[in-house]
Design a protein around this ligand. Structure first.
Ligand code: ADP
Length: 301
């Protein structure tokens, strides 16, 4: 497999996680367990996955503050081999997610966007976008930046949009997308009233050439314009923590497409990587190595 070039344009957060017996109601205080501080944010998670699990030459375009959270985030990115020279530093705190987790595994999350609201395309970012094989973005940063990044890619480079978290997409963004990646909930939000995930995927594929809908333990669906969606099963694993599965999937998918893989092969590999990620705690810490993914692809039915 050759190494492709991926540019991820997206958010960086530090996740502050506390285990609680129950989530606080408004006005209430609850005592939790020890604080865990981990590197997160969809953009950073997907860049780590593209580089470590996907083996791609990966650049992250993002914004960080001048604080200790930024140092934690940068350490995780560089540790995975992500290029960070298109990450800007701004005079706003690094994005932060405040997360409480109850014993049933349910999360309650508040995100302070912070520096993520100030991502801009620097000269270095534009240079990398013009050289990329795949540009990958999500929706945790301003839509204008997502749109500008898609427009700055070279002709022939693919634009993969992970439309998460859910928000309506303007027509001029739809027309840029080569591959749309959504989970079941996001698919229903973008194709309301479809009445089933296959119909939603097929309907979305009338707007973009390729649609991938991830279905957790059920794997994923790949829909192409004019074709009924194909099911791609995920390997059976024991789930420990599903955080970051979708981000691992997106990063590895982008890396596969950048290396020239066929969409179905890239989705299969991404599904194995996502399955491995749920067997470990954390987001970036749970991203498997390229060797583990290759072994998993070989073992998959
Ligand atoms: P999101 O976190 O965005 O909702 P999903 O939960 O659909 O994303 O997970 C993305 C991918 O990760 C799935 O398509 C699948 O390949 C893999 N995956 C997620 N959860 C599991 C699981 N419990 N068992 C096996 N694979 C999983």
């Amino acid at each position: 497999m050759s190494v492709g070039k991926v540019v991820v344009v997206g958010s960086v957060n530090v996740d502050l996680v506390v285990a609680v017996e129950r989530h606080p109601a408004p006005g209430q205080t609850v005592l939790g367990g020890d604080l865990r501080r981990t590197a997160g944010g969809k953009g950073a998670n997907q860049a780590v996955a593209a580089a470590r699990a996907g083996g791609a030459d990966t650049t992250l375009v993002a914004a960080l503050g001048h604080d200790t959270a930024a140092e934690l985030a940068l350490g995780s990115l560089t540790g995975a081999g992500v290029r960070t020279d298109a990450v800007q530093r701004v005079d706003v705190p690094t994005g932060t997610a405040l997360i409480t987790v109850s014993p049933d595994g349910e999360n309650a999350i508040v995100v302070a966007a912070g520096a993520n609201a100030h991502v801009a395309l620097t000269a270095t970012a534009r240079e990398r976008l013009a050289q990329a094989d795949v540009v990958l973005a999500q929706l945790e940063i301003p839509l204008d930046v997502v749109r500008a990044a898609a427009a700055a890619r070279r002709p022939g480079a693919r634009f993969v949009l992970n439309a998460a978290p859910s928000r309506p997409l303007p027509d001029d963004l739809w027309s840029q997308v080569d591959v749309l990646v959504v989970n079941e909930h996001e698919a229903a939000d973008l194709a309301p009233g479809a009445g089933g995930v296959e119909v939603a995927a097929a309907r979305l594929a009338e707007r973009v050439p390729t649609v991938v809908v991830t279905l957790g333990a059920e794997g994923s669906l790949v829909a192409r314009r004019g074709q009924w969606p194909a099911a791609v099963p995920a390997p059976r694993v024991r789930a420990v923590d599903t955080t970051g599965a979708g981000d691992t999937f997106c990063g590895v998918l982008a890396a596969g497409l950048a290396a020239g893989d066929d969409v179905l092969d890239a989705v299969r590999r991404a599904g194995v990587a996502g399955a491995l990620a749920v067997t470990r705690a954390g987001a970036q810490a749970a991203v498997p190595s390229a060797a583990e993914v290759a072994a998993g692809v070989g073992a998959a039915p």
